[in-house]
Design a protein. Sequence first.
Lengths: 573, 317
Amino acid sequence: MIRHHDDLVRSVREVREGRLSRRAFLASAVAAGFALPMAEAFLSRSAAAASAASLALQGEPQKGGQVIVGLSQEPTVFNPLKSTLEVDRGVQFGVFDSLWRIDQDAVLIPNLATEIPSVENGGISEDGLTYTFKLRDDAKWHDGQPFTAADVVFSHNTIVNPDFVAGTTIGHDQVTEISAPDDRTVTMSLKEPYAPFLTVWADTYIVPEHILKDVEDLNTAEFNSTAPVGTGPFTFAERVAGDHITLQANPNYHGPGPYLDTVIFKYVPDLTVLFTQFKTGEVDVTGIQGITADNVAEAKTLPDKVLHGDPTSFVEFIYMNFGKPVFQDKAVREALYAAMDKDNIINTVYYGVHTPTESYLSTKSWAYNPDLAKQVFDIEAAKKILDDAGWAPGADGIREKDGVKLSFSNSTTAGNKVREQAQQYLQQTWKEAGVDMQINNMPAAVIWGDYYNKSEYDSVMIGFAHPPDPDGTSRFHSDYIPVNGGGGQNTMQYKNPDLDKLWDEGVVELDQNKRAEIYKEAQQILRDDLAYLPIFQYVMVEGTKAGLENYKQNAFVVSNMWNVFEWYWSQGG
Amino acid sequence: MTNYLIRRVGQSALLLVLVTAIAFGLMRLAPGGPESVYALSPTMRAEDLARIRASFGLDQPLHIQYVKWATGMLTGDWGRSYRDSRPVRDVILDRVPATLELTITALAFAIVVGVTIGVLGALRPNSASDYLATIGAMVALSIPTFWFGLMVIFIFAEKLDWIPSGGRETLGAGFSLSDRLHHLVAPALVLGLVLVATWSRYTRATMLETIGQDYVRTARAKGVAERHVVWSHAFRNALGPLLTLAGIQLPFLFGGALVTESVFTWPGMGRLFVDSLGYRDYPVLMGVLVVTAILVIASNLLADFLVAFVDPRIRMR
């Protein structure tokens, strides 16, 4: 069903790739309220663009050249099973492959596998408990050895090996049995149906069994830091610690691509200097933190540069610790939200770059709920809510109820100037409503250590990127509170039985449309109950040198290096 | 002499143990830990973080961790970096060439220019050029290196396009000496400028002192050429404090320059330390600390011996 422009774009793609019939597309576009001629025009215009694009592909994008990607953090761990950090992923996207990629529209595209498993093609059993992956036969490791099903099994077994410190075991811990009946097939059994399973594998990069099986300690293998070997479009050439990493085109890649000869990751720790180097042409791409909001206006005026500004899956929140009595009163959370001047924060502190949001999900997610009530900034309303709930102003103007003062601290990473300013805006408007918020910031290594993970905070200002799957079990389910020994990421200690039920249902439901409904309801509950205070969805402004083609921002991966295999320099670029 | 040597070395070893124990304790008492960089990763759960901590041995009592680390050090095992799991010794040795390239250039520049300015100032105290040099030195010492470096980049790299805005070489272009020098100029001068100020002030002060000594007047009275008087009689005797200064700055040669290296994206020891600190990469931090501590202690010893050598008035017991 087409309801939004994004749906339309996705459907057009599906028609183009032959996965949706032209007639079905038109029917659903018309049902969505687009006039028939308009829908047709959409298709033909995009078809023209698509054929131009595929022509460009067939006419072989120009080969050669190098790209220098500037990073404000240094990639250090290249074993994709060990580190899942965005900075490391960037390099890993060049060197390794997963079975399928997830593209900018959340569509899975086969890579090391020949098809995406589904119930229809027999890749997923009716009960959702057995998966069969079909693998391609022409992929080779960088040392020339053939890629086989044994490598997939080995990669999975490494992740769940208790002696190995895997970056994450999510999804893989659902597997009860895995085997490779032949070189081209992998079969797996699951404990219970697990809907995000395919997106888990989209972010699981395959490592070579023949190299790693005899390594004594996988945690400290040379492979991890100096000699990674993958099947990917680029081979690892060198790392000069503290300076740069060089990747070279893999001439035996199973394709498509790569077109570039060389990709260099340059570590530039200072963001001001990084932007300068982008201006002077010393870096071609501003990776990771992109262009900071205060520099966006200037960046727009630069000749020979292209800016990319898509919403990401990063959302900025105020997380409140439900272990602290003051936040257990819903009236307090409502009042705090009403007294949050989002527009001022976004426009003044973030130069209007980001967009307000009400959900934990990216607007790009297929489960995003667009119908959530919009927050309205209204201090008087906030005061009234608190008055009605019995929070009366004390002698010092700070409200209190039953001897509890409406006073708490808010923490974020010290030195993050923009967040510190945003905190001051909050502090000010909340004070007007009779709420006392003290700012208590700490260095990153401190706040995101025990202070955050063991729920020692009152409230934090935090940016969080949700994985491509909308499942929120680990973040919001009451069984996943770390301080209660639950593992997980629910450091807010938020408990809501209705919501728990939805998470439990959603994760075993395989029908995406039904899942979308479940998660829309979950977003509604989270919004109504104000489990967190959402501020805005980050828009990542990144710059590339003009002439670099196929740079695509993708909210479903942590690094926009995801499709480096298809980057190329256009003529005269 | 031998006794003196043994005693000094023994004291130094004890000092080293104390320094490392205190540093080790302080580092761990500071809140936070290396797993925090993973905390905001969307796929990271509390149990994953606990696994990471345990794999680093951080779940054990502090004194056990220290004993493990210290016995490792004694047997030549410096441990492994938390960041890239490579041996700490390799991680540190990697940074030595870039560090020395920058610091030796900066220090050589500072000594030549600083000593010259200092001597000239001492010869014509309170002249216009002396005042100018004094003011210049004060300004150089007061400018924050961070800001100064950014200004240099803004003017000479961005606006005038004379120099690259950072890094050690043009990436992907292969090795070329002129390219390396081109990249070296700005950070070396920015780093050297502060040192010039220090060296010129020290030289001026000690030269003023020696130039007023009786033996200098005697030399002049004997009709010794002025140049010979300045360099052989006065300067040689002023060398003592300068050698001490060189001794103090020797560890800096290896320790690198935290700020300059960060601004000019120079892959040296200073940046390694800053990065490791942010990450709480304890083994690397301890490694850098031990190297620096040994250098400080050794260079102080060396400076003492050298001063005794050039100054016959000092004799060791």
